[in-house]
Design a protein around this ligand. Structure first.
Ligand SMILES: NC(=O)C1=CN([C@@H]2O[C@H](COP(=O)(O)OP(=O)(O)OC[C@H]3O[C@@H](n4cnc5c(N)ncnc54)[C@H](O)[C@@H]3O)[C@@H](O)[C@H]2O)C=CC1
Ligand SMILES: O=C(O)[C@@H]1CCC=N1
Length: 275
């Protein structure tokens, strides 16, 4: 199974790191990027062949021509141009997998050869540490076999959930963008600690280790976040004071509102870049 990762940035990099850690043979993977300097650095970092479009304008087409699965990992605004660029080089059975937010399957299909199997996914960067989650929806030419091939990219580095395409913006709001919410929480907790007089580095260490430790506890099977929260919250204690203050200040509404903004941006991107 040959895999081509077109656009080796944050997301395709996380997919690649996850695949390699899960045992994928580096010789079966090739990647492309724009900058020649970055391609050299990535080739050294990951041990896979990385070609740069800056020095070889055919790099994407060459990588796509030799692949059974092609993963489009460029920014949403560049996805349809990339589809048109590689279209003529693809073999009919090659599965095209997009990780882009907001770009509809129908738009990708319209910019690829007729009948090309296209799978739209919404992964997240914790794939890097084997703890990713991925939402996945198949296009009109996609069979169970193609879904299986696409899901195989994430086997060993994350859990894959097949959803309706219309649900992928909500998946992005929860898990695609979600790691950033947890990182923001760590940033804000560190700032809060420093504000109360802790040394800045100590506050950062405490906040980072706390969010990471809490994340590890959440990763245990069948665990209930509310039960874990209750186990920290002594009646009339310090945690209860903080949680009540958060909720009284409208944290639940703020989170819901932010997630709706994420999904709305996904919809807006389909209108901006999806045709
Ligand atoms: N970063 C994340 O956590 C997530 C990102 N995504 C999706 O992943 C996609 C990429 O996002 P990031 O990795 O964050 O962006 P990025 O900017 O880190 O990566 C994009 C890469 O594509 C390269 N590139 C641009 N044009 C190219 C071309 N024509 N041929 C080959 N390479 C090209 C760029 O040099 C860059 O390295 C986006 O569509 C985004 O919606 C989805 C889920 C999570
Ligand atoms: O921010 C974004 O648009 C991408 C999709 C989900 C996470 N990063």
């Amino acid at each position: 199974m040959n895999i081509a990762l077109l656009g080796l940035g944050n997301m395709n990099g996380a997919i690649l790191a996850g695949m390699l850690a899960a045992g994928t043979d580096a010789a079966s993977v090739c990647a492309t990027g724009h900058s020649a300097e970055r391609a050299r650095a990535n080739q050294e970092r990951y041990g896979v062949t990385v070609a740069a479009t800056e020095s070889d304008p055919e790099a994407n087409r060459t990588a796509a021509a030799g692949a059974d699965i092609v993963v489009l990992g460029v920014k949403p605004k560049d996805i349809l141009a990339l589809c048109r660029e590689i279209g003529g080089a693809l073999r009919p059975g090659t599965v095209v997998v997009s990780v882009a937010a907001g770009i509809p399957l129908a738009a990708m299909e319209a910019n690829l050869p007729g009948g090309q199997p296209v799978v739209r996914t919404m992964p997240n960067t914790p794939l890097t540490v084997g703890m990713g989650v991925v939402g996945l929806a198949g296009g009109t030419a996609v069979t169970e076999h193609h879904v299986d091939l696409a899901a195989g990219l994430f086997r060993g580095s994350g859990s894959v959930y097949q959803v309706k395409e219309s649900q992928l913006d909500a998946v992005a709001a929860v898990s695609g963008s979600g790691p950033a919410y947890a990182f923001l929480l760590a940033e804000l907790m560190a700032a809060g600690g420093a504000d109360m007089g802790l040394d800045e580095d100590l506050a950062k260490d405490l906040a980072r280790a706390t969010v990471a430790g809490a994340g590890r506890m959440l990763a245990e099977p069948e665990v209930d976040p509310a039960a874990l929260r209750r186990a920290v919250t002594s009646p009339n204690g310090t945690t209860e004071a903080a949680i009540n203050s958060f909720l009284d200040s409208g944290l639940a509404d703020l989170i819901a509102q932010g997630m709706r903004a994420s999904a709305a941006r996904g919809q807006a991107m389909s209108r901006e870049y999806g045709s």
